[in-house]
Design a protein around this ligand. Structure first.
Ligand SMILES: NC(=O)c1ccc[n+]([C@@H]2O[C@H](COP(=O)([O-])OP(=O)(O)OC[C@H]3O[C@@H](n4cnc5c(N)ncnc54)[C@H](O)[C@@H]3O)[C@@H](O)[C@H]2O)c1
Ligand SMILES: O=c1ccn([C@@H]2O[C@H](COP(=O)(O)OP(=O)(O)O[C@H]3O[C@H](CO)[C@H](O)[C@H](O)[C@H]3O)[C@@H](O)[C@H]2O)c(=O)[nH]1
Length: 344
């Protein structure tokens, strides 16, 4: 049986495809290539170009492949854009996921793993790491659009022969330690990617959005998680569902917060060159501090992170950025083919 990975040409999805293939799984990818890249999909995965809400295409995928589970990454993920264009987020992250769920339930697909987010929590009363039972009060339409999907999943699990794991990711960064994938998004907005691009001279400078937050140095604090640890958690989630252990909502983070300045200092220290920094106004929709309590995932999924240091994350992100700078896409195709021949 095969695993359908939606958004498998994107940053996290492309790493997931490698993790599944490494584990001996049969993988099918569905992606419309709005932010992802065809070359980012490991050659051993079967690729379908299209939208997750395309009922006819989904029917074809379910007929041509024996889909056991769906890991759903396809979505939009930029907090400030969700504030200026909320309907795009409710459409793609909530409405289109509803269409995918409808097709999955009709086709009898029983397992579903979903990319949720720490943005479902919103501001908390304490600065403690946030647990899954904390109040849910998203500060931006992005978090709200993901929370709506969590509600759909909960209701589907109680109505149909269907179960799910929703993983609430904190800030995902870094690249595959074997160099097979990394974050390649054009015009990226995520801090570690932006800082690595600046360090390598691809950008002039980095803006620090907000320097008056109630944090140790006034800049926003986040819990950065390495993408490979995150995809390992998804594999554990899949095994959890296969063993019939029921639906679950769990945080994925390390429980350690780093400020924007901590991140910029790490990038400078590892790369050896500094870059210009501009102190700027707060970004709309941003929280002051978001740090995970991930005890549940560790206990229930038996998830054991292996890359949990900011240095490891930034080093791998810098390595990938250097790789992208020194190669063109045609080279990447060739490297993919060579890797595929060596690995399978
Ligand atoms: N990056 C993070 O820090 C983070 C944190 C929490 C949650 N997430 C969630 O994880 C998922 C993946 O994020 P990412 O950082 O890899 O983003 P990404 O933009 O790199 O990947 C998303 C992929 O989905 C595809 N896609 C989008 N809408 C689609 C649709 N309607 N049909 C088919 N394909 C579609 C895009 O082409 C892209 O390849 C998203 O759902 C995001 O909300 C990301
Ligand atoms: O150029 C930049 C980019 C970001 N930041 C700051 O760096 C921190 C992290 O911002 P990112 O844009 O890297 O990530 P977000 O925290 O906005 O959002 C990410 O993490 C969230 C959970 O915390 C969600 O999961 C979401 O999907 C994902 O994009 C924030 O304080 C932001 O203001 C800057 O100062 N300058």
């Amino acid at each position: 049986m095969a695993i359908l990975v939606t958004g498998g040409a994107g940053y996290i999805g492309s790493h997931m495809v490698w993790t599944l293939l490494d584990a001996g799984e049969d993988v099918v990818v569905l992606d419309r290539l709005s932010t992802g890249f065809r070359w980012a999909v490991a050659p051993a995965a079967r690729f379908y170009l299209g939208d997750v809400a395309d009922a006819a295409l989904l029917k074809t995928i379910f007929i041509e492949n024996d889909i056991e589970a769906i890991i759903h990454f396809a979505g939009l993920a930029v907090v400030p854009v969700s504030v200026t264009d909320p309907l795009a987020y409710y459409d793609n992250n909530s409405g289109k996921t509803r269409a995918l769920l409808s097709a999955a339930v009709s086709a009898g697909v029983r397992h579903f793993v979903f990319s949720s987010t720490a943005a479902v929590y919103g501001p908390q009363k304490t600065s403690e790491p946030v647990k899954e039972d904390a109040s849910l009060n998203p500060e931006n339409p992005y978090g709200q659009s993901k929370l709506m999907t969590e509600f759909m999943l909960r209701d589907c699990a109680s109505a149909y022969d269907f179960n799910y794991v929703a993983l609430r990711y904190f800030n995902v960064a870094g690249a595959d330690p074997e160099g097979r994938s990394g974050q390649s998004t054009a015009g990226a907005t995520h801090l570690i990617k932006v800082a690595c691009e600046a360090a390598l001279g691809k950008r002039d400078s980095v803006h620090v959005y907000g320097f008056d937050y109630p944090t140790h140095d006034g800049t926003g604090v986040r819990d950065y998680i390495h993408v490979s640890d995150l995809t390992a958690a998804h594999l554990k989630a899949l095994q959890h569902l296969r063993r019939g252990k029921g639906s679950l909502v769990a945080n994925c983070g390390y429980g350690t917060g780093y400020s924007v300045l901590d991140v910029l200092n790490m990038v400078t220290r590892l790369h050896g060159y500094s870059f210009k920094i501009h102190m700027a106004q707060r970004r709309p929709g941003d929280s002051s501090s978001v740090v995970a309590d991930a005890a549940l995932a560790r206990r229930v999924l038996e998830w054991e992170p292996r890359c949990d240091s900011l240095e490891t994350i930034v080093r791998s992100a810098l390595d990938w950025e250097l790789f992208l700078m020194n190669r063109n896409v045609e080279d990447l195709h060739g490297i993919r083919r060579a890797l595929a021949a060596a690995s399978f």
